[in-house]
Design a protein around this ligand. Structure first.
Ligand code: MEV
Length: 322
């Protein structure tokens, strides 16, 4: 080594990370104040890297590379989050570039919109070397979610930034849950794009058209979540599986499933799953199934791929096991 001393390597960028999420129970009904359970899904994540770059703010991502001012409407949420975060930090919106890299499949109910906002907020706070409170992170993530989803419950923002499962109730209160059960969640991406804004609106329309019936379904979904929490506390995967399948039945009634998701949930059950349902916004996106052991989980994942799922993951619900 020339000169005989080590050169200190300064960080090349300010990093922000957020991961995917899986809603175990309670999607859609959570928008109306019913409880929900969501899990962090670290198998997929989004990284935002901010670097110095003289001039107008630029964004580099799979979808778009260019100035922030010219982002396509699909990325309006990102623009709003960057501007609001800079405003909150009392910084000018200039002289940096944000590079966004994601392994979360977009528009599949895995929380990609909340995760991208959260990753950007974390990255910008790191870049400007300011401490970030969890409340502020959620508040700023919500700015992007309002654009992406219209009327977000806030569940996605919490689940994509938490390391524990989140139990969400009464429209805003949340607590962390530890899940430690001899069971495996099989997550399958149908490959079809779902649009959460559209499905949330579809449920709203249904409520306006058939208020009594729709309210009843929403309450029933909420009750299933409460029972699911008990099943988790009692480490009872069979009951949890039954509740998941029941939830799928009611989500179908809310018109947020589709033929592909129904087919994948049936395939999972036929191949030994003890429960299966769609997860997230629906009408595309992902579904989940439950099994009591890893061998069954692998078999179910294979069957789901044979039935058309473009990607599957097996996620252990046993603490500490990957
Ligand atoms: C989307 O991942 C979950 C929904 O319940 C919407 C929300 O909670 O904001 C469908």
């Amino acid at each position: 080594m020339k000169g005989g001393f080590l050169l200190k390597t300064l960080p090349q960028y300010a990093l922000g990370i957020a991961h995917g999420k899986i809603i175990l129970m309670g999607e859609h009904s959570v928008v109306y104040g019913e409880p929900a359970i969501a899990l962090p899904f670290p198998a997929v994540e989004i990284q935002a890297k901010t670097t110095n770059n003289k001039g107008p703010v630029t964004v580099e991502s799979f979808y778009y590379s260019g100035t922030l001012n010219e982002v396509p409407s699909l990325l309006e949420n990102i623009k709003a989050v960057i501007e609001k975060t800079c405003h909150t930090l009392d910084q000018a919106v200039e002289n940096f570039n944000i590079f966004i890299e994601s392994s979360i499949p977009p528009q599949r109910g895995m929380g990609s919109s909340a995760a991208v906002s959260a990753a950007i907020v974390r990255s910008l706070y790191n870049f400007f070397e300011e401490p970030l409170s969890y409340e502020k992170l959620l508040e700023l993530t919500d700015v992007g979610e309002r654009i992406a989803h219209g009327n977000p419950s806030g569940l996605d923002a919490k689940a994509t930034t938490s390391t524990d499962a989140v139990y969400f109730e009464n429209g805003n209160d949340f607590s962390y849950m530890s899940i430690d059960m001899e069971a495996y969640l099989i997550v399958a991406d149908s490959g079809e794009i779902g649009n959460t804004k559209e499905t949330v609106q579809a449920v709203k329309n249904l409520l306006e058209k058939f208020p009594e019936d729709t309210e009843e379904i929403i309450h029933k979904l909420g009750d299933l979540v409460t029972y699911a929490k008990d099943a988790i506390d009692f480490k009872d995967p069979r009951t949890l599986g039954t509740l998941m399948s029941k939830a799928h039945h009611y989500l179908k009634k809310l018109t947020v499933s589709n033929e592909t998701l129904d087919h994948l949930t049936e395939t999972a059950i036929q191949n030994g799953a003890i429960g299966a349902k769609l997860t997230g916004g629906g009408r595309g996106g992902c579904m989940i199934a439950l099994s009591e052991n890893k061998e069954d989980a692998k078999k179910i994942a294979e069957a789901l791929e044979d039935a058309g799922a473009i990607q599957t993951w097996v996620h252990s619900l046993k603490m500490g096991e990957l």
